[in-house]
Design a protein around this ligand. Structure first.
Ligand SMILES: C[S@@+](CC[C@H](N)C(=O)[O-])C[C@H]1O[C@@H](n2cnc3c(N)ncnc32)[C@H](O)[C@@H]1O
Length: 274
């Protein structure tokens, strides 16, 4: 994956899934770039993780995030399961610090959220990860921490109305698939305002995010200037009516297919990771 400041033009991107809508239930796995060194071992990943955690868990961003969850957890819906999609890799092919730092920080923030949310439930919150880039040692690193790592589409299909769905800077197709059946208690992902700006011609797309934007409490995800641009936390009020997912496409959706998806995906990528 390119660094956030050097994104290639949309036609050269690794992460586009230009499929006809009816057959795009399973996005293509990303094309893996040429690796320049051996895979990191789970112990090496753990060592880097501990280094980054030591600095970043006391950062204003992480502290604000914990406070935000702690101060709203009583009034907003509880969570029993946490699903993390598209975290990125802890071991990029070029060992880019910028890329892996983002992945580590997003992981640390996810765990911090889960720890705070666990204070409002009696059960331990199960954490499920889905990321096609994960190598076997990365999977081992996560499973050693007690998490579950699954292949597409298991995590997308595991989302229930008492889940936290955490997916920072994902592609539209993946958000749509994940939000298709159930809307989670908490959604962390690209905010509706960003989609709205990009999809003036296609108002029927991203209806799950739009519905949460209208009905949930919204918070800006605390950012450190690198890791969570255009990211919001949508959190359903406790006792509020549970919404269904975006569901089947309607006529407006079908009409929206006329617009080339690559163009939209490229525009979004340029906006959210900048
Ligand atoms: C734009 S990158 C964002 C990565 C990271 N969250 C960040 O902010 O840098 C999108 C990520 O989604 C992942 N992805 C693609 N298809 C996926 C799938 N079916 N399930 C989960 N993740 C997927 C890609 O491998 C990639 O790491």
């Amino acid at each position: 994956m390119s660094g956030p400041d050097q994104l290639p033009p949309p036609s050269d991107q690794d992460w586009t899934f230009p499929k006809p809508k009816k057959t795009r239930k399973r996005p293509l796995p990303p094309k893996l770039p040429q690796r320049t060194g051996p895979l990191k071992s789970p112990q090496e990943i753990e060592t880097e993780y501990l280094q980054i955690k030591q600095d970043w868990s006391t950062s204003p961003c992480c502290i604000s995030l914990r406070k935000l969850i702690a101060s709203n957890g009583r009034n907003l819906s509880p969570v029993n399961k946490a699903i993390c999609l598209g975290l990125g890799t802890f071991d990029p092919h070029d060992d880019s610090w910028e890329t892996k730092r983002r992945t580590y920080r997003q992981y640390i923030a996810f765990v911090a959220m889960v720890e705070e949310l666990e204070k409002f439930t009696t059960n331990k919150i199960e954490c499920i990860f889905q990321e096609p880039l994960f190598t076997e040692p990365e999977k081992q690193f996560l499973t050693t921490k007690g998490h579950r790592v699954v292949d597409h589409p298991v995590a997308c299909q595991s989302i229930t109305d008492d889940s936290l769905l955490y997916g920072v800077h994902l592609y539209r197709e993946l958000y749509q698939e994940a939000l298709d059946t159930n809307l989670p208690a908490i959604f962390v992902g690209t905010d509706w305002d960003t989609w709205d700006e990009l999809m003036l011609q296609e108002p029927a797309l991203m209806r799950g995010v739009k519905s949460m934007h209208e009905r949930y409490e919204k918070f800006q995800f605390p950012d450190d200037g690198l890791t969570f641009s255009s990211t919001a936390i949508y959190w359903r009020p406790r006792g509020a009516k549970i919404g269904e997912g975006a569901g089947e496409e309607d006529d407006e959706d079908k009409h929206a297919d006329a617009k080339p998806e690559l163009e939209l995906t490229g525009k979004l990528e340029a906006v959210v990771i900048s």
